[in-house]
Design a protein around this ligand. Structure first.
Ligand code: ARG
Length: 636
């Protein structure tokens, strides 16, 4: 850790071991701010007489650099008998003039703001980032079962996300789940967890009996092989239209007083029910057919996910939930009085089980239909228990639209009532709002591929407008694709998850404002400086960083030093916007610095030092983008 050692050495009597032992979760070798916090705590403990372990966790970071790098609210130290603003003033006066890491604090009301000194942070953090590379921002200790003993192993998390329904449109809810879920999985991986990425396909139910029927009638093997997603969708739409017409006809005859028993028995609806019954009875031919649809669809999904840098460790799905298991759990629920019969069906009457508002809010979901078949919720119950049995996870996250808030609450509550509160407590629903007005230029979207293609076309048109640059891009179509994907993803992650947003092709593909293309442009611009400077890694590593004295340089490094803390905070909020906000703050600081910190054309030593700074920024920007699931481009 010799770069952080530079910083440690500044402070007399300080050792890395001493602070790592003293403060929980303090790892200056991964997070420079941990050192700043630890040192500041030591100093403040002397001044205030308050115990270090009280001070350390309440030193908080600021929203913008002009508010300092760390702040302390005097009342948080709970000292009685004196006014907090007086205390703040008193402490600021006592703060040593010549502290090696911090300037004398400033006081506003009862807030103390601490600003770091430029030189030490520059000379330690830039080398640290350049040595850590893609690891900068990771923290392998967070995911350890026992943070003090790595031999106990990692904690395991299942992130279930995307989960589209075969033969049905991949709608906005699936898009958001895919983007947010991919991000959350990356986040936990960087924090050292053992992450299992799971896709729980909607691939079971009577409608899939109907689909199989449609394939028997109108299916085309060649088309199925070539384009399973679209072919199955076409069949699905066609057979549903047919079924609707048929139902209307039967209704009319019924009204006219005819006997429709015969017609109903031969109807598509009934046939579909029978077909699906065969599937649930494990009829081999029916299941083999169904498995083909599923497997071919998965092959296609995988291509699309790859464009988004996403892979799944497991494609589970509703069809995989065992009927025997569901029967078993069903009996158990009955025995424990969790569900009861109601007109031949089984339901959970939460209002009876849980008094008050909570029970009322949970309503009365069905867990068995009158014909004995299971439902979405029934499958989720057995699936959850099965996953716990199989993976012994420490945590499981469901990334599902807020439209399913109630469903997941019911699910977790049933697990708890079954006597598995420990398991229910490990589960978390990460929800999100709607995307409004999602349509391509050719009409309403059906599949993710349609959206991505359309946005990529738009980016390609934009790129072509700058002929000189366009000629230098090696793979313009591929780059346009990447930029298009970035546009969609950044727009999706810009607000808080729970907020709805309007799908706006113009806004998301613009280079102005906080967009995907802007972020990519910022990355490509630093890449271009690197190319033009043409310095070797060794040359950059040997730069004399004390030449970086400009406020612009100091401010960039102050932001770069915040990255590991930002990631750690994001683990609490699980909000991609926390990362995006940071990245935009950083890219804004970068773009306003170029005029002040010229690289190419500067005197050689200065050029090396500035290049080291921009190289560090390049690394952090790339790490941040990859965490979000974006592929940073070097030219565009
Ligand atoms: N396939 C479902 C849908 O499209 C989402 C599945 C969510 N996950 C779950 N375990 N229920 O609505």
């Amino acid at each position: 850790h010799f770069s952080i050692d530079n910083l440690v050495k500044q402070v007399e009597g300080l050792t890395l071991e001493a602070i790592t032992d003293k403060y929980p979760g303090c790892h200056p070798e991964l997070n420079p701010f941990d050192l700043y916090r630890a040192h500041l705590t030591n100093v403040l403990a002397d001044i205030t007489g308050v115990e270090p372990k009280i001070i350390y966790p309440i030193l908080s970071w600021t929203l913008s650099l002009d508010k300092g790098d760390l702040t302390l609210a005097a009342p948080a130290l709970r000292i009685k008998g004196k006014k907090p603003d007086e205390l703040a003033k008193e402490w600021a006066e006592k703060f040593p003039e010549n502290d090696p890491l911090f300037q004398k604090p400033t006081v506003v009301n009862y807030f103390l703001s601490f600003f770091v000194r430029g030189a030490p942070i520059i000379e330690s953090v830039i080398p640290m980032i350049r040595q850590s590379g893609s690891e900068y921002g990771h923290n392998k200790f967070l995911g350890l079962k026992d943070p003090k003993d790595a031999s106990q192993g990692k904690k395991r998390i299942i992130v279930e996300f995307s989960s589209p329904n075969i033969a049905k449109p991949f709608h906005a809810g699936h898009l958001r789940s895919t983007i947010i879920g991919g991000f959350i999985a990356n986040l936990y991986e960087g924090a050292g967890w053992d992450v299992i990425r799971m896709n729980y396909l909607g691939d079971w139910g009577k409608q899939y009996g109907l689909l199989a029927l449609a394939f028997e009638k109108y299916g085309d093997d060649e088309l199925l092989q070539k384009d399973p997603i679209n072919h199955l969708f076409t069949l699905y739409v066609r057979i549903n239209q047919e079924m609707t017409l048929e139902k209307e006809k039967i209704e009319e005859r019924k009204k006219a007083g005819e006997d429709v028993t015969e017609l109903e028995a031969q109807s598509l609806d009934e046939e579909a029910r029978r077909y699906f019954k065969k599937m649930t009875d494990r009829d081999e031919a029916a299941l083999a057919q169904w498995k083909r649809f599923r497997d071919l669809s998965i092959v296609r999904y995988k291509d699309t996910y790859a464009r988004l840098n996403i892979h799944f460790d497991e494609y589970s799905g509703e069809s995989r939930v065992s009927e025997t298991e569901m029967d078993r759990v069903g009996k158990e629920m009955e025995e424990k009085g969790i569900c009861q019969e109601d007109k031949g069906a089984m339901l959970v009457d939460f209002q009876k089980l849980i008094p008050g508002k909570e029970g009322k809010r949970l309503e009365k979901p069905l867990v068995r239909k009158r014909d004995g078949t299971a439902l979405y919720l029934t499958r989720d119950i057995s699936e959850l228990l099965g996953r716990h049995e199989k993976y012994k996870f420490d945590k499981m996250i469901y990334v599902v639209a807020s439209a399913q808030d109630l469903h997941l609450k019911q699910l977790f509550k049933i697990i708890e009532l079954l006597g598995h509160k420990d398991i229910a407590d490990k589960c978390q629903h990460i929800n999100f709002g709607l995307v409004l007005g999602m349509s391509t230029r050719k009409g309403t979207v059906k599949f993710l591929d349609d959206i991505l293609r359309d946005v990529a076309d738009k980016m390609h048109e934009t790129m072509k407008k700058n002929e000189d640059k366009y000629k230098q891009v090696e793979d313009p179509v591929g780059t346009a694709d990447t930029l298009g994907i970035s546009s969609v993803m950044v727009q999706d992650m810009s607000g808080k998850r729970i907020n709805n947003y309007t799908f706006n092709m113009e806004a998301m593909t613009s280079f102005e404002g906080d967009t995907g293309p802007y972020l990519q442009y910022a990355h490509a611009r630093v890449s271009s400086i690197k190319r033009r400077a043409g310095l070797s890694d060794d040359e950059i590593a040997s730069a004399d960083l004390s030449l970086l004295t400009e406020p612009h340089a100091v401010n960039i490094v102050r932001l770069l030093a915040q990255w590991p803390d930002t990631v750690k905070n994001t683990l609490n909020s699980l909000e991609p916007t926390t990362v995006l906000t940071y990245l935009f703050k950083m890219t804004h600081a970068l773009s306003s610095s170029y005029d002040h910190l010229q690289v190419v054309g500067s005197e050689r030593e200065l050029m090396k030092a500035r290049m080291a700074l921009y190289d560090a920024a390049h690394i952090v920007l790339g790490n941040g983008m990859r965490l979000l699931g974006l592929s940073p481009v070097n030219r565009m």
